[in-house]
Design a protein. Structure first.
Lengths: 320, 352
């Protein structure tokens, strides 16, 4: 559509008398655009190269065993990422587990159920959640969410579910659970926005077909919107996961920052991103810094893989 | 690569600095003779309140503006290692690895302070008494509840709740961590072998927070919490603070007097700027000494600064260890003992 409108003026320009400025301007503009793209590509390669280069001494010292080693001890210069990898995945996966059903419900509401005049405002407000700077979410986590966790939510969960190790132990305003909820809030708008777009692109004929067969609105959603949107939802979830995996500041503010693996969600933990943010400036020169960059390398690989997978999945949906 | 980046960045920033310093000197009518008109430093948060006391005083006295970034001792060491500041400030002496990385840096003790032990337990009065070994057990998870018999025994007549103990520690490199773990390592062999002494250590459990202010925030929001924290944060937030037993068996509150008593116990003062002085756990002969006292250091490159900057640094540090000590006492810093000042002056002479 856009190419159709672009081509004719260009041809006309070539036919007419072309001024000198235009003759220089056109290729210059093309080179400028190309350079800008090149800078972006070079940047990602440069960053990746730096991270892998600087993590070299930790990689050669600890090898792959770094991933499964639980100690992080600056005194003995002995480092391992297991506790932080655990913290990263548990916090992000639980956040996605909560955010995904919520996002789907919101998307169904906004595309199929809500009165037309409130669809756009609500959609915009949900997406604005993503505009809140993470440090502000973290502050809110410290001031409101933490005390609420300790005094209400954690005792409530404990009273019903204490037989599950996840909800055992003493209550704390800072720990894995508030971090999970903060990450949920961050992932929710991303998953909602993409899911809503996917739902909107459901073929209206399919929907009408479902109604023609006598389906109720819920049955129509179940028969047409959800199945056709499934790959898109998966892509959205993976993108949300990518967001959660890399969040550093807000997580640092609420997670309690201890490199440990505890069954209970009430206990403090640490994630790779929060650990790097917390301790890079003061890490021991040499192996200490290199180990933190090794953490960064792991995080980078995980994030890139997650994002690439998400894009592939979403593109497959788009083609349908 | 990172180090290279740091060096490159500092190269450019220090050159801009000298330009601004020169410009300021020119436009300011050349009132300063043979010294920089601005000095830039960064590091310890413990010394930050003192720095805000010194800045206006030194500006008035010498017409030199001191810019200081309270980014933590570890950060201060990193910045001076990269030479992106004129001086770094740290509450912990440089480790051998840091000293090597810093390439010819010297450290000069320029203020004397204490790390407090504060707690937040509803139903427990202020000034609970604790000993070093008990404190070590609380931070390693061997004592888990506030009504533990070992705490009760030290505080007869105080009713203690069964609240769980939540030890809070610093996650960034911190001189407070250094002083606190130095003390606990000296009084508890278990702590020494399990945790050890450094600006960042591997804590078994508890809660981690960044900076003294982060620790203060976590402390005020967590019932049952105990933390080591700079004294100014205790006063500001009205935290309850513990009295720690010294080797003489006394329970002195952290104050300029009790900190000075700890400093007076140090018999040999090294000069030359390559050695720290440990004040934690002073001997029983030091009556009334607070056991978690610490020197805090200014770290400067021995050579390599521009002539204006090194002259400015020498003058400022000499002022800080002499005239500056008077202002320090208002903030519960103890004045430097005279042997330390004498050794400092010798060390300052090494800056070129």
């Amino acid at each position: 559509m856009s190419t159709a409108t672009e081509t004719p003026p260009r041809r006309r320009l070539a036919d007419a008398h072309v001024s000198l400025a235009d003759r220089i301007g056109e290729p210059a503009f093309r080179i400028l655009c190309g350079l800008a793209a090149l800078v972006a590509v070079a940047l990602i390669i440069w960053i990746a190269e730096t991270i892998f280069d600087k993590s070299g001494s930790a990689i050669s010292k600890f090898g792959v065993g770094f991933l499964g080693h639980e100690t992080w001890n600056p005194v003995t210069n002995n480092y391992g990422a297991a506790t932080l990898i655990y913290g990263t995945f548990v916090s992000s996966l639980l956040a996605i587990l909560i955010a995904t059903p919520m996002a789907i419900l919101i998307a169904v509401y906004l595309t199929e159920l809500a009165p037309r005049f409130i669809r756009r405002p609500v959609a915009i407000l949900v997406e604005l959640l993503a505009a809140i700077p993470s440090v502000i979410l973290g502050l809110w986590g410290i001031i409101i969410l933490g005390p609420f966790m300790e005094n209400h939510l954690e005792p409530f969960l404990h009273s019903f579910l204490s037989w599950i190790p996840l909800f055992s132990g003493t209550y704390s305003p800072l720990g894995m659970l508030p971090a999970v909820l903060i990450l949920t809030i961050m992932a929710l708008p991303i998953i909602t926005a993409i899911t809503r777009e996917v739902f909107q692109s459901t073929d209206p004929q399919l929907k009408e077909g479902a109604y023609a067969l006598g389906a109720t609105r819920w049955e129509m959603v179940r028969m047409t919107v959800l199945p056709t949107g499934r790959p898109g939802i998966v892509g959205a979830v993976i993108l949300g996961l990518g967001r959660a995996l890399g969040e550093a500041i807000a997580v640092t503010q609420v997670i309690g920052n201890v490199a440990q693996i505890k069954a209970s969600l009430f206990q403090p933990a640490g994630t790779m991103a929060s650990w790097i943010a917390n301790s890079y400036q003061s890490a021991n020169p040499g192996l200490g810094q290199s180990s933190l960059i090794y953490l960064a390398a792991i995080l980078l690989v995980v994030s890139l893989v997650v994002n690439i997978v998400a894009r592939l999945v979403i593109r497959r949906t788009g083609r349908r | 690569m990172f180090a290279a980046l740091g060096l490159a960045a500092c190269g450019s920033s220090s050159s801009t600095k000298t330009v601004t310093a020169k410009e300021a000197a020119n436009s300011g009518g050349g009132s300063s003779v043979g010294g920089a008109t601005t000095l830039i430093g960064a590091g310890s948060t413990l010394v930050a309140p003192l720095m805000s006391e010194w800045q206006p005083a030194y500006d008035t006295a010498e017409k030199v503006a001191i810019t200081y970034g309270a980014i933590g001792s570890g950060g201060g060491i990193e910045q001076i290692t990269g030479r992106s500041v004129n001086f770094g400030a740290s509450d912990a002496p440089l480790t051998p690895a840091e000293a090597t990385a810093c390439k010819g840096c010297i450290e000069i003790p320029w203020a004397l302070a204490a790390t407090d032990v504060a707690y937040h337990v509803s139903g427990v009065p202020n000034n609970l008494k604790l000993t070093g070994p008990v404190l070590a057990k609380m931070f390693t998870g061997q004592i888990t509840a506030w009504n533990d018999p070992q705490i009760k025994q030290l505080n007869p007549g105080v009713s203690l709740p069964s609240t769980k103990i939540v030890p809070i520690h610093r996650t960034d490199g911190s001189g407070d961590t250094y002083a606190f773990t130095s003390y606990l390592s000296k009084v508890s062999p278990t702590f020494k072998s399990k945790v050890g002494n450094a600006t960042t250590v591997s804590w078994p459990g508890g809660l981690g927070a960044k900076g003294n202010s982060g620790v203060g925030g976590a402390l005020s929001s967590t019932n049952g919490a105990i933390a080591y924290i700079g004294i100014s944060y205790v006063l500001e937030n009205k935290f309850d603070s513990a009295l720690i037993q010294n080797a003489a068996g006394q329970y002195p509150a952290p104050s300029p007097t009790s900190i000075l008593a700890a400093a007076d116990a140090v018999k040999t003062i090294p000069s030359g700027g390559t050695q720290g002085i440990s004040l934690t756990d002073p001997p029983a002969s030091a009556k009334g000494a607070y056991p978690i006292s610490t020197f805090t250091y200014v770290i400067v490159p021995k050579t390599g600064s521009s002539a204006a900057v090194s002259a400015g640094l020498k003058k400022f540090i000499e002022w800080a260890v002499t005239t500056g000590q008077v202002g320090a006492q208002k903030l519960d810093f103890a004045p430097l003992p005279s042997p330390v000042v004498a050794a400092d002056k010798q060390t300052i002479g090494l800056i070129q």
